[in-house]
Design a protein around this ligand. Structure first.
Ligand SMILES: [Zn+2]
Length: 281
């Protein structure tokens, strides 16, 4: 083998092992007889009903392929519906993987109206509006959808699986980590209000879209307490007349130091709340 060929072979080997490593990270989590989550750091959901399979959040095309493969492993029922949780590309750009002539793509009207142009994203074929709706499948299987107004992105939907007394909460409750960077496209005050509304829903189990699938009501409470501590720490610096632009580096929340990205993102979390305090949103 010439030196050049040898190097090419090595590079190809390396590329394949990278791909393999990536694919191996994507796992399937079965949480009930007919309810599954698939992903690595972001999770999509599939729900097997009497007649067909429902997907919530196709994510991107790589993860959508993994979800499709996971579905094919356990059922040959058709995929009838893809729900979008909200308008952000990282949750919805893999839809083409599930598309066939009959597949419905459903989102809240606010999500559809606020998807930034992207050729990879399939525009919802149906929308719903208002604060709640439900989709009835056979045998008492009901999927309830809730919208609490602007909080993270647009048209953010919380899904409740009635037969499992469980909710799927996307992006609004992310456990074991500080809030995502500078809270892009989020309305923190409304987010806090939405968490209060979520607490009023009936559920025992909570499934989440990032970090960890499996959770419960304590994860929602934890999120509320984190927001409360963040706001309080910022208010304290403001009351102490700490110079405005020093506040992101003055705020410390040692009780949350164990959370992922604490050092990197806490100052960004603070910036977002400070901006809300200074411009009103
Ligand atoms: Zn999002």
């Amino acid at each position: 083998m010439t030196k050049a060929k040898h190097i090419i072979a090595l590079v190809v080997c390396f590329a394949f092992s990278l791909l393999e490593a990536f694919a191996q990270d994507i796992k399937t989590f079965q949480v009930a007889d007919n309810l599954y989550f698939v992903g690595d750091r972001t999770f999509s959901c599939f729900y097997i009903t009497e007649a067909s399979v429902i997907v919530i959040d196709p994510l991107d095309s790589t993860r959508a392929q993994a979800t499709l493969a996971a579905i094919k492993k356990v059922t040959n029922k058709p995929i009838s519906t893809v729900f979008y949780s909200h308008n952000h590309w990282d949750h919805i750009s893999g839809g083409k993987v599930f598309q066939n002539t009959d597949t419905k793509f459903i989102s809240h009207i606010e999500a559809k109206n606020n998807i930034a142009p992207n050729n990879a994203v399939i525009t919802p074929t149906e929308t719903w509006q208002g604060n709640t709706t439900s989709y009835d499948f056979e045998n008492g299987q009901v999927l309830e959808l809730f919208y609490f107004g602007p909080n993270h992105g647009a048209g953010m939907t919380v899904f409740r699986f009635a037969e499992h007394n469980a909710v799927f909460i996307v992006d609004l409750v992310v456990p074991d980590r500080v809030l995502y960077a500078y809270l892009p496209d989020a309305k923190p005050k409304h987010w806090v209000e939405s968490l209060e509304q979520i607490q009023k829903l009936k559920f025992e189990k909570v499934y989440m879209s990032h970090m960890r699938v499996d959770g419960n009501r304590n994860d929602v409470t934890f999120m509320q307490e984190y927001f409360k501590a963040l706001y309080a720490a910022i208010d304290k610096e403001l009351a102490n007349n700490t110079p405005f632009f020093d506040i992101p580096y003055a705020v410390k929340l040692p009780q949350y130091a164990h959370l992922k990205n604490y050092n990197l993102w806490l100052p960004m979390n603070v910036w977002r709340i400070l901006m809300e305090k200074s411009i009103g949103q």
